[in-house]
Design a binder for this molecule. Structure first.
Ligand code: AR6
Length: 174
């Protein structure tokens, strides 16, 4: 089976071991997918995020932290912080790659076998969608070649534009 899957829709509806949240450094929730995840998971998620915040003072861009799934049908939510897009000269590409890689490292450390990602940074944070998808796919493919504990990684695209971009890139010859 292909270890990389593509779906279009709401990530809070997926039944996987872990979903990734496109969070911000304060870990206190927000709008976009962050808002949808906190809304669906219930207040326990924010409580856990606040405990992490006390312990380590938030989460810098490129890093990720893990909580339970609250009321969601997942074991974990991995809160990854992507870069805010400026003009591409502020290390945004590497920070985005780190956000994907560090989420996968956390997933692996917690025996996650199935994980779904939203399109981190391509909403409010304004990262151009095509390079963001190229980075996401590259990081996931690289990780999966070195890891055999994660069975499937699902890219969950909410908007049609991202879905079409991933569809094209994933169906291109390697
Ligand atoms: N399921 C899957 N994807 C979604 C959903 C959903 N329910 N809702 C939106 N998306 P964004 P960012 C897609 O703005 O750019 C928050 O306030 C959306 O179409 O959620 O990383 C945080 O707290 C887009 O493709 O995240 C931060 O402050 C993708 O999710 C800031 O926004 C990411 O869009 C993070 O900005």
């Amino acid at each position: 089976m292909n270890r990389i899957q593509l779906v279009r829709g709401d990530i809070t509806k997926l039944e996987v071991d872990a979903i990734v949240n496109a969070a911000n450094s304060s870990l206190t929730g927000g709008s976009g997918v962050d808002g949808a995840i906190h809304q669906a998971a219930g207040p326990r998620l924010l409580e856990e995020c606040l405990k992490i915040r006390e312990r380590q003072d938030g989460c810098p861009p490129g890093e990720a932290v893990i909580t339970s799934g609250g009321n969601l049908k997942v074991k974990f939510v991995i809160h990854a912080v992507g870069p805010i897009w400026k003009d591409g000269s502020e290390d945004e590409h590497n920070i985005l790659a780190n956000a994907y890689r560090n989420s996968l490292v956390l997933a692996q450390a917690n025996s996650v076998e199935t994980i779904a990602f939203p399109n981190i940074s391509t909403g409010i944070y304004g990262f151009p969608k095509i390079p963001a998808a190229e980075i996401a796919i590259r990081e996931v493919k690289d990780f999966l070649t070195k890891d055999d504990s994660i069975q499937t990684v699902t890219f969950c695209c909410f908007d049609e534009e991202n879905f079409d971009i991933y569809n094209q890139l994933l169906n291109k010859a390697p």
